[in-house]
Design a protein around this ligand. Structure first.
Ligand code: C5P
Length: 310
């Protein structure tokens, strides 16, 4: 990493899906979704340094699991932005991982969103947030939400967003798994499990939206749902026990996050979050446990302008 150079740092949150309603496979291979995204306080940091070439380095607990070549989604984001704006400068992206890798919390998508915003500031392209959102949707279904943050309804393949009315702040306990699950494999598994069934149009439930509007954590806990959960449990059966331990230890609700294998639990407050973390750690069902709150804002420049010396 070119540590002595100047750079722009962007902080991007993880997401969970409070509800994930999945339709059948589309002709393009994606699935039609209706989902409620919720950004929580686990963050990656992406720093864009001026460079002659385009490159990436990754630091953090699971850094070795993240590609450090052109297949990295953050690199693809930088190249897409350069191509779109005609910028010929290079960039070195340094990613500090705080979001679980391959965990169903959109860590790779967060890095792409962070790279878009950081390179945009570094190169002073003058694109609007809306322009960036269009590029984000090209990079992946969850990338636009990385830019937006908060709580939002996602439709299409997840890239079409409408901010949702939500009151207050919610407390989450996040149970990490030792391994990861590949998103395409989880979608293939849900197709296998539901083969031959007539599927209703994906939709977000009124119950969940009402719970968000009133800021009622208990009602929200009861309304959490994820159509991908049976597929994730089928591929990683031990997640069933993680869910059982959390729900038996006072969580208001719990579910597999996105395509998994991370499991998230909603709790009443910070004290209950601590108690549940201890219970999960004591039973050994989770490889690691984090506490988080949401909603939090989307990708944000945290370390000033290109003239900031890091
Ligand atoms: O859009 P993204 O690159 O994150 O999607 C990763 C994979 O997840 C897709 O290639 C597809 O297999 C699956 N997916 C899907 N339907 C969606 C979103 C993702 O089938 N709406």
């Amino acid at each position: 990493m070119p540590g002595s150079r100047t750079g722009v740092t962007v902080r991007v949150p993880a997401k969970i899906n409070l509800e994930l309603s999945v339709g059948g496979p589309r002709p393009d291979g994606f699935h039609e979704l209706a989902t409620v995204f919720h950004a929580v306080s686990l963050f990656d940091e992406v720093t864009a340094f001026p460079s002659d070439q385009v490159g990436v380095s990754v630091a953090g607990p699971q850094a070795d699991l993240v590609p450090d070549d052109a297949s990295n989604l953050a690199v693809r984001a930088a190249l897409l932005l350069a191509r779109h704006t005609g910028v010929t400068d290079g960039v070195h992206l340094h990613i500090r991982k705080g979001i679980p890798v391959a965990g169903g919390m959109a860590g790779g998508s967060a890095d792409a969103a962070g790279a878009l915003l950081a390179c945009d500031a570094l190169w002073r392209t003058g694109l609007s947030r809306d322009d960036l959102r269009v590029l984000a949707a090209d990079l992946g279904s969850d990338v636009p939400f990385g830019l937006l943050g908060g709580t939002a309804i996602g439709t299409g393949r997840g890239e079409r967003l409408t901010p949702a009315l939500a009151r207050g702040s919610f407390h989450w306990v996040v149970a990490l798994s030792a391994g990861g699950l590949a998103t395409p494999a989880v979608y293939r598994e849900i197709d296998r499990l539901r083969a031959g069934r007539v599927l209703p149009e994906p939709r977000v439930s009124d119950r969940l939206m009402q719970a968000l509007r009133s800021g009622d954590a208990r009602a929200l806990g009861a309304a959490l749902s994820n159509d991908l959960q049976p597929a994730a449990l089928s591929l990683d059966p031990h997640l069933d026990r993680t869910l059982a331990v959390g729900l038996d230890s006072g969580a208001l609700g719990g579910l597999v996050s996105g395509s998994g294998p991370t499991v998230v639990f909603l709790v009443e407050g910070q004290e209950q979050a601590l108690d549940l973390s201890v219970a999960l750690a004591a039973t050994g069902v989770a490889a690691d446990v984090r506490r988080a709150h949401g909603p939090v804002p989307g990708a944000k420049v945290v370390d000033g302008s290109p003239v900031t010396r890091l």
